[in-house]
Design a protein around this ligand. Structure first.
Ligand SMILES: C[S@@+](CC[C@H](N)C(=O)[O-])C[C@H]1O[C@@H](n2cnc3c(N)ncnc32)[C@H](O)[C@@H]1O
Length: 266
């Protein structure tokens, strides 16, 4: 395992240990009563597809399992989530059995998924905050490609690369007066190295183990898919912040989220 991924594993496991009871209860509540609300309208439009009924979905970077479990509402026969963090995977497997849902979770680095999952999935899914954890998107899409059947779809929703040019609240170059200011290089090659915890899970900041993540321009995301045998079917860019990092510029003139629907054609 690459060093930055080994360190990220420790940091994510620590974040889950710190995660608030509200975060866990909210997950359980939504799964029981309103699983669709775990997805944006754009994702629902793509996932609520009659062709997917009875099919198998794989989620890459499944965190506590909420979206892998929630996606069963669209009629998938089975869903499988992959994540680096052992404690999240244990929690998600426990949730699946408590809720009697046909989902399971596997602790693994996405770059190193076991060959038993080769050609398994009809649909692959990555949701907000998955792509930045990989330095090399060619490696990421190569690895995911192996797990998908020929003709399978991949659906990705993540933070728009343009948003990476802004400072998020709490970052040293953030200016509360001008949250829309461009402060980072769109082509930034150096990683973000952060030790303030994962506030969206824990509800507060804390001195944490080191998280390392990367910015990727849109061309790297699209080329990464195309070079690895995917045909792009649909791209959407919108101004809605799904990351909780850019509330001050939410629904303004800046693209904050993108969605790509692609097909494995070779
Ligand atoms: C921001 S979260 C994904 C969030 C998800 N959309 C959600 O809302 O629950 C990122 C996840 O990626 C996982 N992760 C990071 N690097 C990974 C890797 N190399 N392999 C597998 N999982 C990884 C982390 O453990 C974390 O659960």
């Amino acid at each position: 395992m690459k060093d930055y991924i080994r360190e990220n594993k420790k940091a994510w496991e620590e974040a889950f240990e710190h995660s608030s009871i509200e975060y866990k209860n909210r997950t359980l509540d939504l799964l029981k009563h309103d699983p669709r609300s775990l997805f944006t309208k754009s994702m629902i439009r793509l996932l609520d597809n009659p062709y997917y009924k009875g099919k198998v979905l794989g989620q890459f970077c499944s965190n506590n399992g909420r979206e892998t479990l929630g996606s069963l509402v669209f009629g998938f026969q089975e869903t499988i989530g992959f994540d680096l963090a052992k404690n999240m995977v244990e929690y998600a497997n426990d949730l699946a059995s408590k809720l009697d849902l046909n989902a399971r979770f596997v602790e693994t680095n996405i770059l190193n998924i076991d060959s038993s999952y080769q050609d398994m999935f009809d649909v692959g899914m990555l949701t907000v905050g998955a792509i930045p954890w990989f330095q090399d998107l060619d490696e990421l899409f190569k690895s995911i490609h192996k797990t998908l059947k020929i003709g399978a779809d991949i659906i990705i929703e993540d933070i728009h690369p343009v948003a990476n040019m802004l400072a998020a609240k709490g970052e040293p170059n953030y200016d509360a007066k001008y949250p829309q200011l461009i402060v980072n290089d769109y082509f930034k090659k150096t990683p973000w190295v952060e030790v303030e915890g994962m506030g969206y899970m824990t509800g507060n900041t804390y001195q944490s183990k080191t998280f390392t993540s990367y910015a990727h321009p849109m061309m790297d995301i699209i080329n990464g898919l195309v070079m690895n045998g995917f045909e792009i079917l649909y791209i959407e860019e919108n101004n809605v912040d799904q990351s909780n990092m850019f509330d001050e510029v939410n629904e303004s003139i800046i693209p904050l989220t993108f969605i790509i629907h692609a097909k494995k054609v070779r």
